[in-house]
Write a protein that binds this ligand. Structure first.
Ligand code: NAD
Length: 359
């Protein structure tokens, strides 16, 4: 008997609850197939929490997350709360939960499914075999450094400061090496060491940590070159690790390789194995409640949870293979369908994936 893993489930707003509902079906099927045990508990988060509790991140939701092994999040936000003051906006809850849970890295896989190669703006032959992960530092760098303005003879001057210390760099770099060890053991560390001091420190730390991972093939790539190579030879990357702002930009670029936002999973990790897992997409208010959203991003987020937090690689593979099999069989939700009239709905897509899961 495996131990029970506790998962806090935050459906959120818009299509969040519907895509999370399909992911819960996958959890149940995993229990049946593999004998793993999950205890799930739902809590309010985002706009719905503002409506019912007066805050996007109620204390009881945070307490539940802190007492759990992992968090599964749908999406938050919507026009209803867009004109609220900052403290009463769903997105403030996102920043708050990441901070409160000490999540310092964001992990985004970009996998190109062969049968969806045509959905991308890049040529199919360039995309062939693309299966990479961007590991982005989330709590340091220029986004969080000191900001100021001053008057000069040339008008106002604005200053953003980029700061990193060795500890911040080492913890995320180790995470990236650990992830590379579970994949094809290739790591690209992206920096701008020819110009930036923070990047030179970054590179020194990467080289030092690399000594503990002799099996991993390491390359240092300058960020401008990486931006080019992602379009030229995306399949040659496996794991990419980089600082906050570079990662923000490169992970969006990598996302576009896959062609559809409804397919992209993500994880935010802190110390240890704890993680928050969510689709990259938002709450899609334009299609909420119609039963047509694509649940694959959220279902693949569960696979990511199995790999990164629980080490259940067999169950993760089962989910990933099932998604591929369902797509190969021609089933599509509206967002990825060429012929929209034959598209399946959210529920049907979830059921098809559950039915395709095998031990
Ligand atoms: P969005 O990702 O919600 O939607 C962008 C487009 O993609 C829409 O046309 C939508 O219908 C489509 N789409 C997204 N996910 C889909 C899915 N699973 N299946 C099919 N189609 C899908 O981005 P947006 O419209 O810019 O933002 C809507 C709301 O979501 C905003 O309030 C925003 O702040 C919020 N948001 C939340 C998160 C989060 O919770 N992490 C992330 C991004 C945006």
């Amino acid at each position: 008997m495996s131990e029970v893993k506790k998962i806090a489930v935050l459906g959120g707003d818009g299509i969040g609850p519907e895509v999370v509902g399909e992911a819960l079906k996958v959890l149940k099927k995993t229990e049946e197939l593999f004998g793993y045990k999950f205890e799930t508990e739902q809590a309010l988060f985002g706009g719905i929490a503002i409506d019912e509790k007066g805050t996007p991140l109620p204390q009881e939701t945070l307490d539940l997350c802190l007492a759990s092994d992992a968090v599964l999040l749908g999406a938050v936000g919507g026009p209803k709360w867009d004109s609220n003051p900052a403290a009463l906006r769903p997105e403030t809850g996102l920043l708050g939960i990441r901070k409160a849970l000490g999540l310092f890295s964001n992990i985004r896989p970009a996998t190109v499914f062969d049968c969806l190669k045509d959905a991308s703006t890049l040529k199919p032959e360039v995309l062939e075999g693309t299966d990479l992960i961007v590991v982005r530092e989330l709590t340091g760098g220029i986004y969080f450094g000191e900001k100021s303005r001053r008057d000069t003879e040339n008008g106002q001057e604005a200053i953003d400061t980029c700061v990193y210390n060795e500890k911040e760099v080492e913890r995320i770099v180790r995470q990236a090496f650990d992830i590379a060890m579970t994949r094809s053991k290739r790591l690209a560390s992206v920096d701008k060491a020819n110009v930036l001091e923070t990047s030179r420190l970054w590179r020194e730390v990467v080289i030092r940590v690399a000594a503990d991972y002799p099996e991993v093939e390491l390359e240092h790539v300058l960020v401008d070159n990486c931006a080019m190579q992602l379009l030229r030879r995306p399949a040659s990357f496996d794991v990419i690790v980089t600082e906050n702002m570079f990662g923000d930009i490169l992970s969006d670029e990598a996302a576009m390789l896959t062609g559809s936002i409804g397919m992209l999973s993500s994880a935010s990790l802190g110390e240890g194995s704890f993680g928050l897992y969510e689709p990259v997409h938002g709450s899609a208010p334009d299609i909420a409640g119609q039963g047509i959203s694509n649940p694959i991003a959220t279902i693949l987020s569960v696979a990511l949870m199995f790999r990164l937090t629980f080490g259940y690689h067999d169950a993760a593979q089962s989910i990933e293979d099932a998604v591929k099999a369902v797509l190969d069989a021609g089933h599509r939700t509206g967002d990825i369908a060429v012929d929209k009239s034959s598209a399946v709905g959210t529920n049907a897509m979830g059921d098809l994936i559950v039915a395709a899961m095998k031990k």
